[in-house]
Design a protein around this ligand. Structure first.
Ligand SMILES: NC(=O)c1ccc[n+]([C@@H]2O[C@H](COP(=O)([O-])OP(=O)(O)OC[C@H]3O[C@@H](n4cnc5c(N)ncnc54)[C@H](O)[C@@H]3O)[C@@H](O)[C@H]2O)c1
Length: 252
């Protein structure tokens, strides 16, 4: 087992990539804190992990709120005493329940702020709390979930791309800062993966994406969980501030 008795917190762990990482890490012996803003989603994943013999509990919080994150970490550390791995994964694909594309010149302030807060503020808030515990014990891993949106850009998604680009730069900066404390910070920048987030993409758009993806398909959540497991375990102890991008060749 690659993560025996490691204590892990996964934000947005109630769905898609977060769920898959939770199940994968649990199979490798980790205890999983499943954060989500949706209590029932977090509970469902905890139940799934327990059903396969793993250990997990929910930590319901809106990670875009600094106050909520502070409380979540205090509850987490009270429950499990430490944190070995943080995965900053919580995210949203759109700020409104509409399939419409947003032209950048039409994006309202609140949509911009919500996108940045959900991805970038949350990554900072959770990293800050995790580092307090990790630096003092001189051990830890932080895995940030970026996106190809942050490396190559996508049209009609400026706020999402800015947030993901920010996460990539944040990763590189913090990685340089804390490696001396034996805390390793890295990032995964997935391409298009089949999850509830990408389910609203219509058939025509899906075909266009697949046409420019040399692998000829969307990725599976397991493609990302495998990269996350690598970054969480001892196999990656020389990885510092790196961006791993499982994307089927969409970006080469
Ligand atoms: N699916 C893809 O193609 C893809 C590609 C690149 C990057 N990503 C990124 O991967 C991450 C996971 O995406 P996914 O595809 O699994 O999406 P998903 O919608 O299946 O899961 C995201 C989870 O985050 C939770 N969440 C949202 N806002 C939150 C908040 N403020 N506090 C706590 N939880 C919150 C949601 O409730 C949901 O359970 C996101 O950061 C996303 O941007 C996804």
């Amino acid at each position: 087992m690659k993560l025996r008795d490691k204590v892990v917190l996964i934000t947005g762990g109630g769905s898609g990539l977060g769920r898959e990482m939770g199940l994968t890490f649990a199979r490798e012996g980790a205890k999983i804190g499943v954060n989500d803003i949706r209590p029932e989603s977090a509970q469902n994943v905890v139940t799934e992990i327990e059903r396969v013999g793993g250990s997990a509990r929910t930590f319901v919080a809106d990670v875009s709120s600094s106050t909520a994150v502070k409380k979540m970490f205090s509850d987490f550390l009270a429950a499990w005493g430490t944190i070995d791995v943080l995965v900053n994964n919580a995210g949203i694909g759109r700020t409104r329940d509409t399939a419409e594309f947003s032209q950048t010149w039409e994006v309202p302030d609140e949509d911009w702020h919500k996108m940045l807060a959900t991805h970038l503020d949350s990554t900072f808030f959770c990293t800050r709390e995790a580092l307090k515990a990790m630096v003092s014990k001189r051990s830890g891993r932080i895995i940030n979930i970026g996106s190809i949106a942050g490396t190559t850009g996508l049209p009609f998604a400026a706020a999402y791309c800015a947030a993901k680009g920010g996460i990539i730069s944040f990763t590189k900066s913090v990685a340089r800062e804390v490696v001396m404390h034996n805390v390793l910070v890295n990032c995964i920048a997935p391409g298009f993966i089949e999850t509830p987030m990408t389910a609203p993409i219509d058939e025509a758009m899906r075909e266009q994406i697949i046409a420019v993806t040399p692998a000829g398909r969307f990725g599976e959540p397991a493609d990302i969980a495998a990269a996350a497991l690598y970054l969480a375990c001892d196999d990656s102890k020389f990885m510092v501030g790196q961006i791993i991008s499982p994307n089927g060749g969409y970006v080469i």
